[in-house]
Design a protein around this ligand. Structure first.
Ligand code: GTP
Ligand code: SPV
Ligand code: MN
Length: 588
């Protein structure tokens, strides 16, 4: 046995001694194993088989009602120095954290099976990919990890060959919110998660490894681990350009990643290719460009709002081999959620008879887990070992006022400030109030595994001689009019905005320079076929100088909260914008 597998075996032994499982099962990722696990879960009531005719091999999982979203207040980054986790993270000293969570793990797997889940984040042969092993007592987690990662024998072989792997220890414990922690130890490349079975808290390859631990590794190794979708846009000339976009949780990544172009664009020959919908690892290539892989192999997507109108590709992939979590069901046992035009829910997400007075049938953060290969727009380049070259980076938030539909950053430093200054209304993806505007730089507030000040400096460091960096843009699909309705149609029509961006990259589209960045004139956007009033377009593309003066003041205070760690270049950039806004107001 190689020393690596010996190290893995020792760790499994240590964990078994602590947690006292009845059995240990090493997952090989085979179909037979998946079938056995599904049968077991159906028998135990962890999964409910859905309508075999309309949804072959689809299952419903109902979470404990107190365990349906990420828990940011219980998610800790445990670096030796508190300052290295930064004010953006909850922190605990590593020794104290281990002691606290190990006390919860003690004996917690009695009567249960301990599953050893080797996984690879990224194409199994890519040098950019990284492996991990999750130990869990939840068969639901195993089933999800099998879809979301390259899980099983091939990953174990890579671990044996390669050396390092991230250690993730997980138990659902008692699913008691009072006995729940999600802890990260970046220096030890390890994660410990107790008391939750929900997505980001429990599928440790996803946010815990591929963002919090990976962002820490990426900083020391010169790459970026980001909360971004990756999408390829093929123009009528047959050229495909890749865009990476960071929007906070439940703010449109899955939808943008697999959009269907508007009718006119489709006829002209535009196509969209999905590479990833949530996480992007980007590395500078020998050619100076940033090359990106999607470390995941599946989608853990938001169900509500997904329909044949908003996201036909998603609907098409959800017809078979999908795990649904916390959706409602119809009388004939089909999955149902708010936003589907047809079907009537008879049971809500908690399995109760559906009563609209008690709220929606599907939980607002109900999800589907599905293999990326089931997506009709799945890009064959998803498996490319070197990744795909990124032409544009997009930041975006959910802002009902102030922030225009789109603007372009003048250069990389301005773009990093645009990312660092992002704010968005909170959503049901995390516990806590929904609809509250908060700063969420680069959509990484819950996921950056170290001090944001250092993270901004790391982003700035990519601007160096020889670099051919993507252009940076900011979008807002969620601007509302006085009537409280979204001003922009969104979804497939978002391609119209991406088209302008790619024309800007090619140097072939116009823009107006403003203090906050470059905005398209209405005539620079292809709006043909949309029923937008001219005043709606004006509103979407308006820069409210006084509103932005307030915003830029708040951004200053926000940067100040990172003290000396906030890069001086961002302060200078912010001041330049503040001065330009002041100049604008004086001339107005
Ligand atoms: P996470 O998986 O939590 O990271 O979310 P996400 O960023 O992938 O968000 P997703 O694409 O699942 O969208 C979340 C919600 O926003 C869904 O209910 C969508 O229907 C809705 N949504 C997505 N894109 C748009 C858009 O362009 N306009 C509007 N109005 N709503 C959108
Ligand atoms: C998010 O909340 O950003 C998600 C779902 O993508 S989770 O896996 O829970 O992080
Ligand atoms: Mn996400």
């Amino acid at each position: 046995m190689t020393s690596q597998l010996a190290a893995l075996n020792r760790w499994v032994d240590d964990v078994a001694r602590l947690t006292q499982p009845d059995r240990i099962h090493w997952c090989d990722g085979s179909d037979a194993e998946a079938r056995e696990l599904n049968d077991l879960m159906v028998e135990r009531g962890d999964l409910i088989a859905l309508n075999e005719t309309t949804h072959p091999n689809c299952y419903l999982h109902r979470s404990n009602p107190s365990d349906v979203a990420r828990v940011e207040h219980l998610t800790l980054v445990c670096t030796p120095e508190r300052e290295d986790a930064g004010p953006n993270n909850h922190w605990m000293a590593p020794a104290e954290a281990h002691a606290k969570i190990d006390a919860l793990f003690a004996g917690c797997m009695r009567g249960r099976t301990l599953y050893v889940v080797p996984y690879c984040m990224g194409p199994i042969d890519s040098p950019i990919s990284r492996c991990g092993v999750e130990i869990t007592d939840s068969p639901y987690v195993v089933a999800n990890m099998r879809i979301m990662t390259r899980m099983g024998a091939a990953a174990l072989a890579r671990i044996e060959r390669e050396g390092t792997f991230v250690k993730g220890l997980h138990s659902i414990g008692e699913l008691d919110p009072e006995r729940r922690f999600i802890m990260h130890f970046p220096q030890e490349l390890s994660i410990k998660s107790y008391g939750s079975g929900y997505g980001g808290n429990a599928l440790l390859g996803k946010k815990c490894h591929a963002l919090r631990i990976a962002s820490h590794q990426a900083r020391s190794e010169g790459w970026l681990a980001e909360h971004m979708l990756i999408v390829g846009i093929e123009n009528p000339q047959g050229e495909t350009h890749y865009v990476a976009a960071a929007f906070p949780s439940a703010c449109g990544k899955t939808n943008l990643a697999m959009l269907i172009p508007p009718e006119g664009h489709r006829q002209a020959g535009w196509k969209v290719w999905t590479v990833g919908d949530d996480i992007c690892w980007m590395t500078p290539g020998a050619d100076g460009r940033l090359w990106a892989i999607n470390p995941e192999a599946g989608f853990f997507g938001v169900a509500p709002g997904t329909s044949a109108k908003t996201n036909p590709n998603a609907l098409a992939m959800l017809g078979h081999d999908t795990i649904f979590t916390n959706v409602g069901v119809t009388a004939d046992n089909q999955p149902w959620w708010e936003g589907l035009p047809e079907g009537t829910p008879v049971k809500d997400w908690q399995g109760r008879d559906f009563d609209p007075a008690r709220g929606p049938a599907a939980h607002p953060n109900s999800r589907f887990t599905v293999s990326a290969k089931q997506c009709p727009s799945y890009s064959p380049h998803t498996e490319d070992a070197r990744g795909v070259p990124i032409s544009a980076i997009v930041f975006g938030g959910r802002r009902e006022s102030l922030v225009p539909l789109v603007f372009e950053a003048r250069d990389w430093t301005h773009g990093v400030l645009v990312g660092a200054a992002m704010a968005s209304e909170t959503t049901a993806a995390a516990t806590g109030a929904v609809g509250v505007v908060r700063r969420d730089p680069m959509a990484m507030k819950p996921f950056c595994g170290y001090n944001y000040g250092d993270y901004f400096a790391h982003w700035l460091s990519f601007d160096r001689p020889g670099a051919k960096l993507p252009k940076i843009f900011h979008v807002n699909w969620f601007r509302k009019g006085a009537d409280g309705k979204f001003l922009w149609p969104g979804f497939g029509d978002n391609l119209r905005v991406l088209e302008w961006m790619l024309q800007r990259v090619a140097g072939s589209a116009g823009a107006e320079e403003t203090p906050i960045g470059n905005l398209p004139h209405a005539a620079d956007l292809d709006l043909a076929g949309l029923a937008l009033q001219p005043q709606q377009v004006d509103e979407l593309l308006r820069v409210d100088v006084e509103g932005w003066q307030r915003e830029i003041g708040e951004i200053g205070a926000y940067l100040d909260s990172y003290g000396a760690r906030a890069p001086a270049a961002l302060h200078r950039e912010r001041q330049r914008i503040a001065d330009a806004l002041e100049g604008c107001r004086e001339t107005a």
